[in-house]
Design a binder for this molecule. Structure first.
Ligand code: CAA
Length: 261
């Protein structure tokens, strides 16, 4: 476990990596240093064969209150264009292992966009989502327009981004942006996300990663291309020991012992 300044990393249970955004004084505003640490940590976790699934969380008050406005405010067009500001955020979408966002409190602007980049989103009852960029004279820059529209539909995405109003956990779940609201206490969302990650980590890692790739194709490709991608990946699993083991275990009425090979 490396020492980072803006994030904490841990292994709350076997197979699970937990990454906690940790700039409490700035409500986890996503500055360049934090994002560099986050992407480095995720790359290292992705390469670690001991880990099968990843949870990203913030504090109870804030998952992340957006890109760091203090860092951004004096930048010029030339700065942001030539330095490809925020382009590196996409690296998160190249992580093969499933990422679960456990969202408590504010997930605003880039914080909401980070949550939308996750594969599964669990919301605590106090979660507050928003794309308030329009209120500070700019627009979504980390994928909000594209991922929010795909997650909640065009009309809602327009209303939410054009007004900048916040929406809660229940709405996020009703609209399909969050898979569910974890409805007990606020801290429970992290425990639930870790338990879910642990359940996923217990499966064949090759199957899990191929399944993630196949679902993501639904967001990147046409239906016919996506179906072809799925079928190729499905066929590919027949080259793995885990497919042989999984099907043999079913027939022999025993638990499978997956080796991720
Ligand atoms: N960037 C930098 N600092 C931030 C921040 C942000 N996005 N959000 C909060 N902070 C800082 C505040 O400046 C404050 O610092 P100081 O104590 O030094 O003044 C500290 O965090 C605590 O915040 P508040 O005092 O404002 O806390 P609050 O409880 O009164 O309000 C809030 C909470 C409603 C989330 C409010 O902080 C807020 O509106 N934050 C900004 C939200 C926002 O506009 N996000 C979008 C950013 S743009 C973007 O993300 C672009 C993109 O698409 C990538």
């Amino acid at each position: 476990n490396k020492n980072y300044e803006n994030i904490l990393t841990s292994r709350p249970e076997p197979g699970v990596a937990l990454v906690t955004l940790n700039r409490p004084k700035a409500l986890n505003a996503l500055n360049t240093a934090l994002f560099a640490e986050l992407t480095e940590a995720l790359r290292l976790i992705d390469a670690d064969r001991e880990i099968g699934a990843i949870v990203i969380t913030g504090s109870e008050k804030a998952f992340a209150a957006g890109a760091d406005i203090k860092e951004m405010k004096d930048k010029s067009f030339a700065d942001v264009y030539q330095n490809r500001f925020l382009e590196n955020w996409q690296e998160i979408t190249t992580i093969r292992k499933p990422i679960i966002a456990a969202v408590s409190g504010f997930a605003l602007g880039g914080g909401c966009e980070l949550a939308l980049m996750a594969d599964i989103l669990l919301a605590a009852p106090n979660a507050q989502f928003g794309q308030p960029e329009v209120k500070i004279g700019t627009i979504t820059g980390g994928g909000g327009s594209q991922r929010l529209a795909r997650a909640v539909g065009k009309s809602r995405a327009m209303e939410l981004t054009l007004t900048g109003r916040m929406w809660g956990a229940r709405e996020a779940a009703e609209w399909g942006m969050a898979s569910r609201v974890v409805d007990e206490g606020v801290g429970v969302v992290v425990r639930e996300a870790v338990a879910l990650a642990g359940e996923i980590a217990g499966k064949s890692q090759i199957a899990v990663q191929a399944q993630k790739e196949a679902v993501n194709a639904a967001y990147e490709q046409s239906l016919s291309e996506g179906l072809k991608t799925e079928r190729r990946l499905f066929h590919m699993t027949f080259a793995t020991a885990d497919q042989r083991e999984g099907m043999a275990a079913f027939v022999e009425k025993r638990k499978p012992n997956f080796t991720s090979s």
